[in-house]
Design a protein around this ligand. Structure first.
Ligand code: LLP
Length: 422
């Protein structure tokens, strides 16, 4: 099922024309297809069927409570990176035995909060963190299970800001140092060695970096076991890429560049990785975020004004970098399409927001269906790292979020108000 697609000339989210959503709830508005989220989750979980495995949804991608509740009810685990995410995961119904606490800079009070709330699995990123965790656990008369996050020095061939597995990145422990850190972990009170965590980056569109990471683990784990380090838990991170370019096609839409570029699906990647990791035995956890939620969401925005200078044309919309930061931060590409196709005529312009920053844009030099003032546009594939990165900059209240299930619509976060700005 395609969650957000055209029927004739009208864009729908499941059974609802997106035009109706904007009329009812205003813009900018995040819309999500419930069934697409479930379908994405189930297809990933299905590829690991028969293994001792858990798909831990990475809350950082989108932590709307209603979405979290759906995934918790499906049996997903949770990958969290802050005490706030532990809180949200538990509010949503993820049991503590299904929560893994990752992150390069966990504060002492966050470690304590997690332990006090029953979370026991920590992906540890440094010796200093390991020592602190031991202390915090000891003070509570409990113990923490740990996986060391090992940096395998693999290039994920993704955007430099979201590549995490290179030796120059801040993440993880250098592989050559791992044996001595494991040896230390074994001696620390309040620490139980559980496994290994490897994560090489996000929006990875090819299988090679995943295969390289899996091969690294397959070579590394037996070596550690031979040294008496009992690794039984493999946390195989690394974000499956999604299609941002040409996410939707219609004869009226301009064909976008790189349209044919293949993107390996999670199922294809896991099919290659599974035979490498399975012989190691033990549990395999993965921690996808984007691939579960990105293509299930879009940001609806209205055209405020059209303007032309001698050098450029501008489409000024009511969504800004405060609502969707990805274009400004990573020069990220999101396809932008009309809610109702009224013309086959195209226009090349910058699509910009109202915020007082030149970097506030949704797209640059983009060919679009020629919009008119007041038209409704959809910024596609915006479900992941969209709402979670909103801000109040320029005193702009946050956008609302709705969840669509068939022909039913639920407001899952009301629009921010001026009171929130105080
Ligand atoms: N686990 C760890 C340790 C991570 O660092 C990440 C993402 C994930 C899991 C989830 O990865 P995913 O399946 O979503 O690719 N704001 C950026 C993405 C930052 C990703 C950071 N880490 C963006 O908008 O593209």
């Amino acid at each position: 099922m395609s969650a957000i697609e055209y029927r004739e000339h009208e864009l729908y989210c499941e059974e609802v024309p997106v035009r109706e959503l904007a009329e009812e709830y205003g813009t900018p508005l995040y819309i999500y297809s419930k069934n697409r989220i479930l379908e994405n989750y189930r297809s990933i979980a299905g590829t690991l069927a028969g293994l001792d495995s858990l798909v831990c949804y990475a809350l950082k991608a989108n932590s709307n409570l209603s979405i979290l509740k759906m995934l918790a009810a499906e049996g997903a685990g949770a990958d969290v990176v802050s005490a706030g995410e532990v809180f949200l995961a538990q509010q949503a119904g993820f049991t503590p035995d299904r929560i893994a606490f990752a992150g390069v800079g966990k504060r002492e009070d966050e470690l304590a909060y997690a332990l006090d709330h029953g979370v026991r699995l920590f992906n540890v990123e440094s010796v200093a963190e390991l020592q602190l965790l031991s202390l915090v656990a000891l003070r509570r008369n409990t113990s923490a299970r740990i996986s060391l996050r090992i940096n395998p020095d693999i290039d994920a061939q993704s955007h430099p800001y979201i590549t995490t597995g290179l030796s120059t990145n801040k993440f993880g422990i250098e592989a050559s140092l791992a044996p001595q850190v494991y040896a230390l972990a074994k001696t620390l009170p309040g620490i139980e060695v559980a496994g290994i965590h490897v994560h090489v980056g996000s929006q990875i569109t090819k299988s090679e970096p995943f295969v390289a990471a899996a091969e690294f683990i397959a070579a590394f784990v037996p070596k550690m076991r031979a040294e008496g380090i009992d690794i039984q838990h493999i946390d195989f991170g690394g974000g499956f890429g999604v299609r941002y370019v040409n996410a939707i096609r219609h004869e009226a839409l301009p064909l976008e560049a790189n349209a044919a570029e293949p993107i390996a699906t999670p199922a294809q990647i896991l099919a290659e990785v599974r035979p490498i990791l399975e012989p190691l035995g033990g549990a395999i956890w993965i921690e996808p975020g984007r691939s579960i939620i990105a293509d299930a969401g879009a940001l609806l925005t209205r055209v405020l004004y059209l303007k032309e200078s001698s050098a450029k044309k501008f489409v000024i919309v009511d969504a800004a970098m405060t609502d969707l930061l990805r274009p400004s931060l990573y020069n990220a590409y999101h396809q932008i399409v009309p809610a109702s196709i009224t013309t086959y005529d195209h226009l090349t312009a910058d699509v910009v927001g109202p915020v007082c920053e030149t970097g506030d844009f949704m797209a640059r030099d983009r060919t679009l269906n020629r919009p008119s003032q007041g038209d409704l546009l959809a910024v596609l594939t915006a479900g992941a790292y969209g709402f979670v990165n909103t801000s109040h900059y320029n005193a702009r209240p946050r956008p609302a979020e709705v969840l669509v299930n068939g022909d039913r619509v639920r407001l899952v976060r009301p629009r921010g108000t001026f009171e929130d700005l105080l």
